[in-house]
Design a binder for this molecule. Structure first.
Ligand SMILES: *[C@@H]1O[C@H](CO)[C@@H](O)[C@H](O)[C@H]1NC(C)=O
Ligand SMILES: *[C@@H]1O[C@H](CO)[C@@H](O)[C@H](O)[C@H]1NC(C)=O
Ligand SMILES: *[C@@H]1O[C@H](CO)[C@@H](O)[C@H](O)[C@H]1NC(C)=O
Ligand SMILES: *[C@@H]1O[C@H](CO)[C@@H](O)[C@H](O)[C@H]1NC(C)=O
Length: 541
């Protein structure tokens, strides 16, 4: 963290340096989604009968971020899904006509769900790589035409295979290697591209290049892949080795190899496992040090591949705890604070270009339940707060602000006594080099007692911070709050709830503040008080 601290301090004192030396580089809609493929029809509905609750909740995220989301449809089930042309439902738990051994199946109507989320949404579709037999191969051949027609005009990327490092010892032998994976991926993408060229040639060649034969690469220049979607930076199949092997196979001269069409290097992330011993709300999720360490592994990983590919680095699937999350940790207000903290910390690296929060129906870490009983879950509110701070992400720069009483940050932020780098966290967003937004998180766990039988009701502490900004500048404070870290309801962002009762549309909640106004003093000190288990986004007006 020392690196971030020093940078933040320098930038706050010399904001002009930012404008002169650096260009903004995040992708818009930084807070995007990943949806487990087999449940995607439940999240989206169909174009003719869209899921209005999901649409309204996504609309709120789009408004906050000032740009449509990119929805990656994939995950483990993409690598299990077998296509059965005779299925009358979008998905099924068996499809004996296609493969008696299959237990996750999709039919032609699965693809009616693309286009059912708000207009402007762009999608990534994940194809099955793990099922390396005749029914897997048939699935690719038969779904490419359906997928490409459904995705025309709203396509972001294709993905072939999910978490191949976890194939080792399950879908593949114990000695499954980088070389074998790269050979399988190259084989599958070659078949994929041949099917695509046949079914949707317009998706293969960009319209503007169809008359140009200036180089062989233009033949396929409209295809974009997310790759290799390993489970974490600790993947046994290392991404630098994967990309080096794919580059070597392409021979340095084959401009038409599929590795050349990888525009997103995707690596997944989880803070820990749902049933992993020692995982707690305070130590694992509501903890800036733990979040920064988790994100730091991606920054190091991205640096290790920087010279091997021009592709951008994204976290293509992530959430709090793998295994769907843990009840009592991933589905409480503390997880909303974690999601906000994770998003801002990732954005501050400048290297991680976008996040895709993973969703699956019924999982504790889901942001909402798209099927009866419809329910907005706490993590949704963290995404809304993060999206508000990160609005127009392609035009901002995010920096951590040093809290915690380090000797060198006194000129930027002075806090009431006892700031602690684990639980006090703050960020600045710069537009054209000017500090325009602030976020301050107080990650101390406060349990209000009503949500937990074991915790008695306690007095809620708070932290007052004074941050150095432009003298006499005016700020609007939007508060992410709830009675306590373990609550599953009564959550608001800027005084509004977005619950199922209003079908996900904003409702003003009595007794909660909206657009609090504060003003910096003549020396540029702006003060804000943040209760334990609470966060604020501050926008300069
Ligand atoms: C293909 O492999 C999957 C498991 O990866 C299995 O469930 C299925 O039955 C197999 N199908 C055939 C035709 O071998
Ligand atoms: C892909 O691998 C399969 C099975 O090994 C093989 O039959 C096929 O010819 C390969 N296809 C390509 C395009 O390399
Ligand atoms: C926060 O995480 C760090 C790193 O895992 C750990 O050393 C520290 O004890 C945690 N802090 C709290 C308050 O749990
Ligand atoms: C919201 O607060 C009310 C009043 O304290 C309480 O009765 C209710 O159970 C809370 N709802 C949730 C979902 O926690």
């Amino acid at each position: 963290m020392a690196k971030f601290t020093a940078t933040a301090t320098a930038l706050l004192m010399l904001p002009a340096v930012l404008a002169a030396g650096q260009t903004p580089g995040l992708f818009s809609s930084y807070v995007s989604l990943s949806i487990e493929l087999i449940g995607f029809p439940q999240w989206a509905g169909t174009k003719d009968n869209r899921n209005e609750f999901s649409n309204n909740l996504i609309d709120n995220l789009v408004k906050a971020q000032e740009s449509p989301l990119v929805v990656r449809v994939g995950g483990n089930s993409a690598d299990r899904a077998i296509f059965d042309a005779s299925l009358t439902t979008p998905t099924a738990g068996s499809c004996k006509n296609a493969d008696p051994g299959a237990w996750q199946c999709i039919g032609p109507s699965f693809f009616d769900s693309y286009g059912a989320l708000p207009a402007g949404t762009r999608y990534s579709h994940g194809f099955n790589l793990a099922t390396w037999n005749s029914s897997g191969f048939n699935t690719l051949r038969e779904t490419v035409p359906l997928a490409c027609r459904a995705l025309r005009g709203q396509l972001a990327y294709f993905e072939v295979g999910n978490e191949p490092d976890l194939y080792i010892g399950s879908r593949r032998p114990q000695d499954y290697s980088v070389a074998q994976y790269v050979s399988e991926w190259s084989n599958a993408t070659a078949r994929f591209e041949a099917y695509l060229r046949e079914a949707c040639p317009d998706l293969v060649v960009a319209a503007s290049d169809s008359n140009s034969n200036s180089n062989s690469n233009s033949n396929n220049n409209n295809i974009k892949y997310m790759f290799p979607s390993v489970s974490s930076p600790r993947s046994k199949l290392r991404v630098p080795d994967i990309i080096s092997a794919a580059n070597a196979a392409a021979g340095g001269h084959d401009d038409d190899a599929s590795i050349r069409r990888v525009t997103q290097v995707s690596v997944h992330n989880y803070m820990g496992g749902a049933t992993q011993p020692g995982v707690t709300l305070q130590a694992t999720l509501m903890n800036h040090t733990a979040v920064a360490a988790s994100i730091g592994r991606h920054v190091a990983y991205a640096a290790s591949i920087g010279g091997l590919t021009p592709a951008d680095y994204v976290i293509g699937e992530h959430n709090s705890l793998y295994g769907g999350g843990a009840a009592g940790l991933s589905d409480v207000f503390g997880a909303a604070l974690w999601g906000m903290e994770f998003s801002l910390c990732a954005a501050s690296t400048g290297v991680i270009k976008r996040l895709h929060f993973h969703q699956s129906v019924g999982s504790p870490y889901a942001a909402w339940s798209p099927v009866a009983p419809l329910q907005t879950k706490p993590p949704y509110y963290g995404k809304l707060a993060a999206g508000t701070f990160l609005a127009g992400a392609d035009g901002i720069q995010v920096k951590t602000l040093a809290l915690g009483g380090d000797a060198d940050d006194g000129s930027d932020i002075s806090s009431s006594s006892g700031s602690d780098k684990d639980v006090d966290s703050a960020y600045g967003a710069y537009i054209n080099g000017e500090l325009r937004r602030l976020a301050v998180l107080n990650l101390r766990e406060h349990d209000d007692g009503s949500a937990s039988a074991t915790q008695g009701s306690r007095r809620r502490g708070s932290k007052k911070h004074t941050i150095r900004v432009a003298p006499r500048s005016n700020w609007v404070v939007k508060r992410l709050t709830a009675p306590g870290a373990r609550d599953r309801g009564n959550i608001t962002f800027n005084g509004f709830a977005y619950e199922a009762a209003s079908n996900g549309k904003p409702v003003r909640v009595a007794g909660r503040t909206t657009d609090e106004r504060v003003r910096a003093d003549g020396r540029g000190g702006v003060s804000v008080t943040v209760a334990d288990s609470e966060a604020v986004v501050m926008i300069r007006t």
